[in-house]
Ligand binder design. Sequence first.
Ligand SMILES: [Zn+2]
Length: 188
Amino acid sequence: MTPPGLHGGHRVNLARVVPLAEEPEGYLEGAPLCPMCLCLTDSAWISPDYRVVNRHDSVYTEGAALVVSERFVEVVGGEAGCRFVPLPADDGYHRLLVDHVLEVDRTIGELELAGEPCPTCGRQSTYGDPAAFVGIDSAPRGFFRTDVEYGGIPRGRRSAQRSYIVVDDELGRRLRDLRLCQIRPLQR
Ligand SMILES: [Zn+2]
């Protein structure tokens, strides 16, 4: 049963956060990985000794963790739905953890599962772009992450999947204007 007011043509404008840089290696050293497929088993894991190499305001690490600068935290530290945890080995950076979860509407857009689920942890390569969400408030504010975690799981190599990180339009404009990250529209 769908609660009233959540559907019926209602549209909420949300935008996707894309960091300014990516670091392909290093973050998953010592991380909790599935012994079979080598995928990260705890998406909120924080590396005790990782240091950011590309000192941009927002960076995706190897483990799909979004780490952000002090400046980023100063600008949006009070926004709803997020927490910032200092990287133990890097004074200038925080891991952005998003607590508000949006359920991806599996009936709209693409959600492609590829390959067999891992027999040990059950993870499976997952691709697609969320096009709509269910159970969304009429005026969501702050940070959200998708309940679906996307990405390939190449067996035999460390990997991780990641949620889309999503913000309301207004916050997205602020982040973009301050050049703290890239902002991309979500498909509808
Ligand atoms: Zn596995």
